[in-house]
Design a protein around this ligand. Structure first.
Ligand code: NAP
Length: 476
């Protein structure tokens, strides 16, 4: 079993306390990772504060060069880090490798953005005055990341924050600390100055309390559940610590009768079952126009049954292990609740028998009533509820009837409908005939209870820049 230290102020620290990380696909203990407490979180913020002036003073081009060196390190070690992701998260190896390559692209994108933190010169309204708008790094940033895309979602915070000139302390999810530590190794190898990037693992609540209450921490960037996001809003109220929140989702998928049928089925399969259904933008409600409903169900179930479930390191696996026993139990509870409410279970619904890991058979539910829990609360699992609709207006109303607004999908070949639907859907990301939307160069984030702020795109670095107006009098 490998043992990992924390990365603080440019050094590898063994705190003497450890957490064991287990492979959700086999139960095997794979790593021992040092853990820190609230005091260590405070010390990491202090080191980040000391590193800030030097890092902020570098040109954007120089900071970008460091980010490119980190990207190169990740690329060189892509196979190794992908295996780490699969072993601690459970997802199929091909999807882990795709995650590493997308992370490399995030670092490369923000390396370029580092040189583009433009301010403005604003024409004056009073003689003798001049006005400048400066864009400056916000300061020390604490990043808290989830386990479902453990490298990628951490990078969406770290890369733009460092590009902007901020220093960063990362607290990764307890289930998936290894790839965060591998990222720290890449930072170390790239000679990123001490204190600019640090990793602290350990119990979330006290570490997050330090981030919220310590005035050194200018910003918390969080990805995870809406429940924890709300706690962070409350906790930050006293210090008015800035927040970016990437929270839960409940994505609707609208499939119209005029869609390319096979493209729609494949799109629904991908958006539901990729990452074992444990994606914030995963389909949670699939609405299908009634005239193709039965045909869709037949083909969708056929494709769901074809998906190979197994350990993420096995060749050809499409659906890996769920993250832990609780996640598996919650998913099965959602299925049973839906069936009790009147839904038809067409396939799956049970754990894969005789397995040492947390495997759920790909599950399809039809005619799921509105009152079922899965129609309101996120089912973070390979469980697909399908419901018929009759009109576009009804489909849009059902899609928007949610407290979440992260992603939404529509499949249609009617051009004007595509525009009506993209404008009408209440979601930060809308996919038309697409199932995998996220890309380094476009903004990502949620409306309603799905979050505050945006990651990626040119908006991604804005989250780590303060805006300062400078007013100058007595000129000319
Ligand atoms: P989670 O339980 O909220 O955990 C996310 C992170 O928050 C982990 O690092 C966790 O640490 C930490 N945490 C737990 N309790 C905390 C507290 N009281 N204060 C501060 N931090 C705390 O969420 P999850 O189960 O890992 O992730 C699944 C959720 O994330 C889903 O709702 C999903 O939709 C959402 N998500 C959203 C996006 C997006 O971009 N909008 C992307 C991915 C996932 P420990 O692991 O140590 O508990």
């Amino acid at each position: 079993m490998d043992t990992y230290k924390l990365y603080l102020n440019g050094e590898w620290i063994d705190t003497g306390s450890h957490r064991v990380v287990a492979d959700p696909g086999s139960g095997e203990e794979i790593a021992r990772v040092a853990t820190g407490d609230r005091d260590l979180a405070r010390r990491s913020l202090e080191a980040a504060k000391r590193a800030l002036p030097g890092w902020r003073a570098l040109t954007g081009i120089k900071r970008g060069d460091f980010l490119l060196a980190v990207a190169d390190g990740l690329r060189r070690r892509a196979e190794e880090i992908a295996r780490d992701i699969t072993r601690e998260n459970g997802k199929p190896l091909g999807q882990s490798l795709a995650e590493v390559h997308a992370t490399v692209d995030h670092f490369r994108w923000f390396a370029e953005e580092a040189r583009r933190a433009y301010g403005r010169v604003v024409p004056h309204q009073v003689d003798g005055k001049r006005h400048l708008v400066l864009r400056q790094p916000i300061g020390v940033v604490a990043a808290i990341s989830p386990w479902n895309f453990p490298l990628l979602l951490a990078a969406r915070k770290i890369a733009p924050a460092m590009a902007a000139g901020c220093t960063v302390v990362l607290k990764p999810a307890s289930q998936t600390p290894v790839c965060a530590i591998k990222l720290a190794e890449c930072m170390h190898e790239a000679r990123v100055p001490a204190g600019v990037f640090q990793v602290i693992c350990g119990p979330a609540a006290p570490i997050a309390a330090e981030f919220s209450e310590n005035p050194i921490c200018a910003k918390i960037s969080f990805t995870g559940s809406t429940e924890v996001g709300k706690k962070l809003i409350e906790a930050s109220a006293q210090t008015v610590t800035k927040l970016s929140l990437e929270l839960g989702g409940h994505a609707p998928v609208l499939i119209f009768a005029d869609a390319d049928f096979e493209q729609a089925v494949e799109g629904a399969i991908i958006t539901k079952f990729r990452n074992t259904g444990q994606s914030c933008i995963a389909a949670n409600r699939i609405y299908v126009e009634r005239s193709i409903y039965d045909r869709f169900l037949e083909r969708f179930v056929e494709r769901a049954r074809e998906l190979k479930v197994g350990h993420g390191l096995e060749a050809g696996v499409d659906v890996g292990a769920m993250v832990n026993q609780q996640a598996l139990d919650d998913a099965i509870a959602h299925v049973r609740d839906a069936v009790a409410a009147g839904a038809r279970l067409l396939c799956g619904g049970e754990a894969v028998p005789g397995s040492a890991g947390f495997f759920l058979q790909p599950t399809v539910l039809a005619d799921v009533p509105d009152g079922a829990v899965c129609m309101r609360e996120e089912t973070f699992a390979p469980v697909a509820p399908v419901v018929p609709f009759d009109t576009e207006e009804e489909a849009l109303a059902m899609a928007n009837n949610s407290r979440y607004g992260l992603a939404a999908y529509a499949f249609t070949s009617n051009f004007t409908r595509a525009f009506r639907v993209m404008e009408g859907l209440e979601a930060g990301t809308v996919c038309i005939n697409d199932a995998v939307p996220a890309t380094s160069n476009c903004p990502f984030g949620g409306m309603k209870e799905s979050g505050i702020g945006r990651e990626l795109g040119i908006e991604g670095m804005d989250e780590y820049l303060e805006t300062k107006h400078v007013s100058i009098a007595g000129i000319g």
